[in-house]
Design a protein around this ligand. Structure first.
Ligand SMILES: Nc1ncnc2c1ncn2[C@@H]1O[C@H](COP(=O)(O)OP(=O)(O)OP(=O)(O)O)[C@@H](O)[C@H]1O
Ligand SMILES: [Mg+2]
Length: 355
């Protein structure tokens, strides 16, 4: 298989959606390469098991003793020159212990060109999650963001780097636009017609799909990381502390006198406003809107959409900027974004005839 089957990805052909056939049920792997987390789901059309690693690392000076200790404790690492690079989920525990900040191979949805170790670390993380393909040419579907004004051609580099790596592990890689992945995972009952929105760590990705063919995709290069750093800057707290507070059952429906909570509210609002604004602009400019009498379903997914009240705020702001067609919000099928969502995607891919 060559890359022409990519779905809604930047390097795909215009009408490149893979057809849904009655293809045999086979093992498939879905790989969500997120700015904060890398998640795999492996299985067939009936069930999938998932695995995840934080997309992060820290470096410590090399010594034989440290390396032995890391090895003895099963902490994922490799040696590079005078450094030991601790990567994946272990990196966060390590950073907490040493009061250091984790570094990230990716920023705003793609490989971070300002991080010299980016590619090597990401490949190490992928290596711990993606086994060698069992049969040559086994399909792996991986997420890619849509281009944002700031990302430009770096996205091609990001996508190609991942493809080459996955081909090297024996797979046929299939790039899937992240917004479209939400539609494929959640809107089977609507014949994959609707708007999928993934609000992640580095960005928000949006796809408007008609019968699984994306007619509009875009991304906003802001997500949870933006909230963490913007809040951190105004309240003079480290972004990691803000992130922990934000992830601990934060409730957007409750106002608070606490200055960190107040600032989180303000920047959540700013993020949702920008997203609604961008959606309105993209839809009203588009020449390729589906004609349908039924309201178009919208699904909100991704870690940043998790706080209580996120969807209500989104709906409220959309009422101020209505789209030229009716919409209806749908809950996530699994009521939990992330790994489970990719489990669904894997099942869908398991049914796709991509050969
Ligand atoms: N319960 C929660 N409440 C609020 N925010 C959360 C919660 N859980 C995770 N997040 C935030 O969601 C973001 C990560 O979401 P997700 O895993 O969907 O992103 P990603 O796929 O790694 O990134 P991207 O898609 O932008 O490349 C982080 O900013 C994290 O702080
Ligand atoms: Mg994501």
């Amino acid at each position: 298989m060559d890359d022409r089957n990519d779905i809604g990805a930047e390097t795909a052909n215009d009408q490149a959606a893979a057809p849904y056939g009655s293809g045999t049920v086979a093992t498939r792997t879905g790989l969500d390469v997120g700015t904060s987390k890398v998640v795999t789901a492996r299985g067939d059309s009936k069930q999938a098991s998932t695995n995840a690693q934080l997309n992060a690392f820290v470096t410590v000076p090399y010594s034989a003793l440290t390396q032995n200790t890391l090895q003895g404790n099963g902490i994922a690492h490799y040696r590079e020159g005078d450094d030991l690079v601790v990567y994946g989920t272990s990196a966060e525990q390590f950073a907490h212990m040493f009061n250091a900040e984790c570094r990230r191979p990716m920023a705003k949805g793609i490989l971070n060109s300002r991080e010299p170790r980016a590619t090597h670390v990401l490949e190490a993380i992928l290596g711990s999650l993606v086994p060698q393909a069992r049969t040559a040419g086994e399909v792996i579907a991986f997420s890619v963001p849509a281009a944002a004004a700031e990302t430009g051609s770096d996205i091609t580099y990001h996508e190609e780097t991942l493809k080459r790596y996955l081909k090297g592990r024996g797979y046929s890689p299939l790039a899937v636009n992240e917004g479209l992945a939400v539609v494929l995972a959640e809107l089977a009952g609507e014949s994959f017609t609707g708007i999928g929105i993934s609000c992640g760590g580095g960005m928000c990705n949006v796809a408007l799909s008609y019968l699984s063919i994306p007619s509009l995709t875009f991304s906003l290069a802001q997500g949870g990381d933006f909230i963490d750093s913007a809040v951190g800057a105004v309240v003079h707290e480290p972004a990691t502390r803000v992130k922990a507070i934000k992830e601990d059952n934060f409730d957007l429906t409750r106002s608070s006198d606490d200055k960190i909570a107040k600032a989180i509210h303000i920047y959540y609002d700013k993020l949702i406003e920008s997203l609604v604004e961008e959606l309105h602009r993209a839809v009203t400019r588009s020449q390729r809107l589906p004609r349908t009498d039924k309201p178009l379903p919208i699904v909100l997914a991704g870690g940043t959409s998790m706080p209580k009240g996120f969807r209500d705020r989104f709906e409220q702001l959309m009422r101020r900027r209505p789209l030229p067609f009716e919409t209806v919000f749908r809950s996530l099928e699994a009521n939990s974004p992330g790994p489970i969502q990719w489990g669904y995607l894997t099942r869908r891919i398991g049914k796709m005839d991509v050969s």
